[in-house]
Design a protein around this ligand. Structure first.
Ligand code: C2O
Ligand code: CU
Length: 505
């Protein structure tokens, strides 16, 4: 319990900061938030676009219209009503997490382990996951990171559902439309629950995987990275992995970065980046003497060809490696390679290919400018992130209409890197610091924006709902680095901080 004096000091700091920064926008954030709806947050930040949508002035966004008569609830935005092709039950528990090869930690498991089971589905499958919360005291959810699920299945507590209480269950249903490497994690008190293990991988394979001409010469392995209490693990173990592969076999390593910071991948042999965030790279070239950086929350499929003799070492995430090749000799090893200083630039990697939409004349164009300043969020003073100069919950609301082509200008004036993650959509990178992308379409759902950088990204608003657009260094999201994309005519019955105890970040 804080003493009366602490509380008094807090209040004095609060008043001083509020006075220094002027009242106005801080009026709301300098008091306790209490229960609120994401529908009441922020204000429109659209510039005038081309498709006949006007600019929304500050304070004039679409929430009021959206909640009016005829508005559709997020709960109505569901997958087609047909039998499931893949059905999985995932049970979350709070308690001790065994970390093979290391020491156990207090955290969360899914079906008894962390990471939880890997889900594999084929493109076109209807996936149905029955989620059971056996003992997670704060409640929990599952979010399908990177998969463009229907909004009702997005798993964000307080926006698309209530957190599932102990003893409760929730069914997630979605069509596995986009092939690729993804992951699932709780989106209730996520900065704690994700860091402590409530997560797993999900891979969507091509419908005709076995029929691909080179399928017999390809192996496929997942490399999920997570740090448990300071211990760097690969697929949950403090150990390297060995993949037996005949010379010339291509091994696709699906690296999943579930941590709070960027992960590096490099090797002593050439490799290729076959996919970023689940999206295939067009004609990926050989990468030699450079490292690949994967943002927090991001994934990359890296292919390595098994060498003629011995093994090849792929470094994943700084502390762990995968040894690929002739592993029959248990001692077979390849010496570690120093991490290259040079980073592969995905802006110019692979060969160009046409996009399936034209971002040249967007219907909406938004700024997402990240900075930082002192202030108070929910009664808590601190040095918080701002978006377009404003502090949570007075952050922008990006209002769109289904079918809009949307361009977003990200800029980072905050002095720290931010892996920006938009739910429910894939974005394509158009340019960085004014330099136009020149390689394969670089499609992501998690994008590191480094200090001083700016990116133009684009997406098609083709998945109605209310979608979080936040930093995936999750403590940053708690400290205000979160905004939302909201479609006209959509409303949510769920609230944050209310009786259901929803705290998505
Ligand atoms: Cu992987 Cu909103 O999160
Ligand atoms: Cu951040």
């Amino acid at each position: 319990m804080p003493s009366r004096r602490d509380l008094l000091r807090c209040a004095v700091v609060g008043v001083a900061v509020a006075t220094a920064l002027g009242a106005g926008a801080l009026a709301w954030s300098s008091t306790l938030l209490g229960e609120y709806s994401v529908m009441d947050m922020g204000s429109g930040d659209a510039h005038a676009g081309h498709g006949g949508h006007g600019a929304d002035g500050p304070g004039g966004h679409g929430a009021a219209e959206a909640s009016g008569p005829g508005a559709l609830s997020v709960t109505a935005l569901t997958a087609p009503d047909r039998p499931a092709d893949v059905r999985v039950e995932l049970v979350a528990r709070q308690g001790t997490v065994e970390v093979p090869g290391g020491r156990s930690i207090e955290g969360y498991t899914v079906n008894g382990t962390s990471p939880g089971p890997e889900i594999r589905a084929r493109q076109g499958d209807l996936v149905e996951v029955v989620f059971v919360n056996e003992s997670v005291a704060d409640g929990a959810t599952l979010h399908w990171h990177g998969i463009d699920v229907p909004n009702a299945a997005d798993g964000v507590a307080g926006i698309t559902q209530d957190a599932v209480p102990v003893g409760g269950r929730h069914v997630y249903r979605f069509e596995a439309r986009d092939v690729g490497t993804y992951w699932y994690h709780s989106h209730q008190v996520s900065h704690v629950q994700v860091e402590r293990g409530l997560l797993g991988a999900i891979v969507i394979e091509p419908a005709e995987a076995a029929a691909r001409p080179d399928a017999a010469r390809e192996l496929d392995r997942t490399a999920l990275l997570h740090i448990y209490g300071g211990q760097h693990t690969l697929n949950g173990r403090v150990a390297d992995e060995r993949v037996a592969a005949a010379p010339g076999t291509t091994v696709r390593v699906r690296v999943v970065n579930t941590d709070q910071g960027t992960a590096a991948v490099w090797a002593g042999v050439p490799f290729r980046v076959a996919a970023t965030d689940g999206h295939e790279v067009h004609e990926p070239g050989e990468v030699d003497g450079q490292r690949l950086l994967i943002p927090a929350g991001g994934r990359a499929d890296v292919t390595v060809v098994a060498p003629d003799r011995g093994v090849a070492r792929l470094h994943v995430g700084g502390a762990r490696s995968i040894l690929i090749g002739d592993v029959s000799d248990a001692e077979a090893s390849a010496p570690p390679v120093r991490q290259p200083a040079k980073t592969l630039d995905l802006l110019a990697y692979g060969a160009p290919a046409p996009l399936d939409f034209d971002p040249a004349e967007p219907d909406r164009s938004f700024d997402y400018v990240i900075a930082r300043r002192f202030g108070i969020i929910d009664g808590r003073p601190g040095n918080f992130w701002t978006i377009n100069g404003r502090m949570f919950p007075d952050v922008p609301m990006f209002a769109v209409t289904e079918g809009d082509v949307v361009v977003m200008h990200l800029r980072n004036d905050s002095g720290d890197v931010h892996p920006m993650h938009l739910h429910g959509h894939h974005v394509v990178v158009l340019s960085r610091d004014g330099i136009t992308a020149s390689g394969s379409p670089w499609v992501v759902d998690s994008l590191d924006v480094h200090p001083g950088e700016s990116y133009d990204i684009a997406f098609v608003a083709d998945n109605p709902g209310i979608w979080s657009d936040h930093c995936h260094t999750l403590p940053h999201a708690v400290d205000g680095l979160i905004a939302h994309v909201m479609y006209d005519g959509i409303t949510t019955p769920f609230t944050i901080n209310g009786e259901a105890g929803n705290r998505p970040e």
